[in-house]
Design a protein around this ligand. Structure first.
Ligand SMILES: *Cc1c(COP(=O)(O)O)cnc(C)c1O
Length: 393
């Protein structure tokens, strides 16, 4: 038997609802199976003379389970190629190490996912890679931060927990005019709400742990975008080793099939809950880009197809008051993370952003009385009733 090859259908459907189900599925189907089986084999028979990076091997991200889910992800963002990784942080860390070298400089938005913040500020300097923070919503300030050795610019589509949206077209234009690689963490938006390669971003990074898988049962990541860069990242990942195993590829593959219907519900439910919170007297601020009161609303409306399921709000009172409100909620589960079918609630000051100093937290807009809510797929009415009770006691 020769090495397994997966031939993809040449046609790429237009509708996201069709893409999530049919894109990347092998043609012909293995044994006629509607659902791609899990290929639980670390090695595969090879033909003589095959290049090292093309030997089918789980660590080289090229088994049938990898190939299928990677093609599905590429099609979802209208990109040339995609690579899955063992976690969102594996996607981010591997990409930054691949794109940047000793002596290079990175421009990065200040309000950043905690793991990315720590990697960029504590680990990259050890490899001789410097950075400067930028306000990704204020393009006129970026040019002052450019250095002769600046190689890349890194932003997030919707920041966490304050839900800021950068000037996305300006990031792409700035990267092109200064010959930078443009990188974006698209986790919170998901491909349903934004497809960075369509706007011209070089690489879109994901924690598939969140919306793409959606079912809170795996940790996974993805790098999506230009074929030459995805291949460069894959070859580095081949030696860094942070790959996704076939079982997790299979769960991600299955999760993605319902992304379109899940995301529409997340978007609608979060919008309704954000409006409810904004009208409540015990709430002083709501951070949700779908609200016209949010500073990023106009940019978000222009660039995104939806505002996603993540919001945060400040209650009238201190951290203790916020803690009590959170603990009175019955439906949302008290934990970090986001993007699952379950609603999840946390106080970033004591969970996701606890590693920052109080000054760093203040700069990131994370106050002690801020509550973050990842709106799940439960009944919107039930969630509003639950929040109403928690806020009113
Ligand atoms: C969760 C998350 C990550 C890290 O992903 P893991 O899968 O936990 O490694 C990166 N970026 C954002 C925006 C996230 O929400």
């Amino acid at each position: 038997m020769s090495a397994p090859t997966v031939t993809q259908a040449p046609d790429r459907p237009n509708g996201m609802e069709t893409k999530v189900i049919h894109a990347g599925e092998p043609k012909p189907r293995f044994g006629g199976a509607i659902c791609l089986p899990i290929f639980q084999s670390s090695i595969f028979e090879v033909s003589e003379g095959v290049d090292y990076h093309d030997i089918p091997y789980i660590r080289l991200s090229n088994t049938p389970n990898h190939v299928a889910v990677q093609e599905k992800l590429a099609v979802l963002e209208s990109a040339e190629a995609a690579l899955v990784t063992g976690s969102g942080m594996a996607a981010i860390a591997t990409t930054l190490l691949s794109v940047l070298s000793h002596g290079d400089h990175l421009l990065v938005q200040r309000r950043l996912y905690g793991g990315s913040y720590t990697f960029i500020t504590h680990m990259l300097p050890r490899f001789g890679i410097a950075h400067d923070f930028i306000d990704s919503t204020a393009p006129s300030d970026w040019v002052d931060k450019i250095r002769p050795n600046t190689k890349a610019i890194y932003v997030e589509t919707i920041s966490n927990p304050t839900a800021d949206v950068p000037d996305l077209p300006a990031v792409v234009a700035f990267a092109k005019s200064h010959d930078l690689v443009s990188l974006i963490d698209n986790t919170v938006a998901s491909p349903m709400n934004f497809r960075p390669p369509e706007l011209g971003f070089d690489l879109s990074l994901h924690s598939c742990t969140k919306y793409l898988n959606g079912h809170t049962d795996i940790v996974a990541g993805a790098v999506i975008g230009r074929a030459d860069l995805v291949e460069q990242v894959r070859r580095d990942l081949n030696h860094l080793g942070g790959i996704l195993d076939p079982h997790a590829c299979n769960l991600l593959h299955r999760g993605i099939k319902t992304l379109a219907v899940r995301m529409r519900y997340h978007n609608d439910s979060a919008m309704a809950i954000a409006r409810f919170l904004e009208s409540h007297s015990a709430v002083t601020t709501v951070n949700y880009p779908g609200l016209s009161s949010h500073p990023s609303h106009d940019r978000a409306r222009e660039a995104l197809d939806g505002y996603s399921g993540l919001l945060s709000f400040e209650v009238d009172g201190d951290g203790t008051v916020a803690q009590r409100v959170m603990e009175r909620m019955h439906i949302p589960i008290l934990t970090g993370s986001l993007g699952g079918v379950e609603s999840l609630v946390s106080r970033p000051a004591t969970l996701s952003h606890v590693g920052m100093t109080p000054e760093e937290r203040a700069k990131a807009g994370v106050s002690d009385n801020l509550i973050r809510l990842s709106v799940g797929l439960e009944s919107t009415d039930d969630l509003i009733e639950d929040l109403e009770r928690a806020l009113s006691q």
